[in-house]
Ligand binder design. Structure first.
Ligand SMILES: [Zn+2]
Length: 320
């Protein structure tokens, strides 16, 4: 196969699913598929299942030059190990990436999934052309990835970009990381649902949210209600957006990025959250970093981490 047609195999390992696809230099994917992680079963059987799925994919769509693996958790990029992953506890310090590389006979790189997403958005998504970029993912957890001065920034131990665990209140609600008052506890999925419940309990405004059952009150349902004209849903998301804006103001002051890309499941609420977030960011950040930053929605879909891991794995084999 000609070098320009060469591809890298990207694998994204999350707490629930493993996604695989071949990725071209332009970030386009081929032959994507998803298999369950079965995180509780540990990495050994998962490595076997991922290898089998990857082998089928390579047999169907052609060879790969390298393997890029994205994983949830704090990743030691040089050692190719996951150091701390609440959703993949049994995978910590297990050389599963090296094992996958050996089984598939491919050079391998391991990257944190949000770092990989940031790299993908920067390379071929909403972060194109920026030299200083913060990428946030809003979901159950709130993650971050940084491109600083044109390079992916990992920090001293691979733990840079944990934006969701930025403390925004000295004594706020307890967080999954062991601290209290983290940004994630104000803008994460559970915080949105909790805030919606509190608003509904404290007010008598009519709202279609009141018709939803306990389990169907989700950030997605709140976003849908807001889009459908539900005022309470709009106000709830505006409150969340204001909290997000407080966090973004801090990030803008610290990093002075040109652009902040927001992705993840909650980003589906789009401007219902991002509009108020932009307003509060401008009010609360210092004038120069506040005026110089744009806040945009991510462009790449769910496979951004897989694409980013694959593009990062290109680097060492590029000239080979
Ligand atoms: Zn936290």
């Amino acid at each position: 196969m000609a070098p320009d047609g060469a591809r890298v195999l990207g694998i994204d390992i999350g707490g629930t699913n493993v996604k695989l696809a071949l990725v071209g230099r332009d970030g386009r994917t081929l032959g994507g598929r998803t298999i369950p992680t079965d995180a509780a079963g540990g990495p050994e059987p998962a490595v076997e299942r991922i290898t089998a799925a990857a082998s089928q994919l390579l047999a169907a769509h052609g060879p790969a030059r390298a393997l890029g693996v994205a994983s949830a958790g704090i990743v030691d990029h040089a050692a190719k190990l996951v150091l701390d992953a609440p959703n993949l506890r049994r995978w910590e310090r297990v050389p599963f990436a090296a094992q996958l590389g050996a089984k598939l006979d491919l050079p391998v790189q391991l990257e944190n999934d949000v770092n990989a997403m940031a790299f993908a958005e920067w390379s071929c998504g909403a972060g194109r052309g920026a030299r200083h970029l913060l990428c946030l993912t809003l979901g159950t957890g709130v993650g971050g990835g940084l491109i600083l001065d044109g390079n992916l920034y990992r920090g001293a131990a691979g733990a840079a970009g944990e934006a969701g665990h930025t403390p925004v209140e000295r004594s706020g609600p307890p967080c999954s990381c062991g601290s209290t008052g983290c940004l994630e506890r104000f803008v994460g999925a559970s915080a949105i649902v909790e805030h919606a419940r509190n608003r509904m309990a404290g007010e008598t405004h009519p709202s279609r949210l009141r018709e939803l059952s306990e389990t169907s009150l989700t950030p997605r349902a709140i976003a849908d209600a807001a889009t459908g004209g539900d005022l309470l849903a709009q106000e709830i998301l505006a409150d969340i957006g204001a909290w997000l804006g407080v966090g973004l103001a801090g990030f803008a002051n610290l990093l002075n990025p040109e652009r902040i890309v927001v992705g993840g499941g909650i980003a589906a609420a789009g401007d219902w959250i991002l509009g108020p977030a932009r307003r509060v960011l401008r009010e609360r950040a210092m004038s120069v970093p506040g005026a110089g930053v744009e806040v945009v929605c991510a462009e790449l879909a769910n496979d951004a981490s897989l694409v980013g891991a694959a593009l990062l794995a290109w680097e060492p084999v590029r000239g080979a």
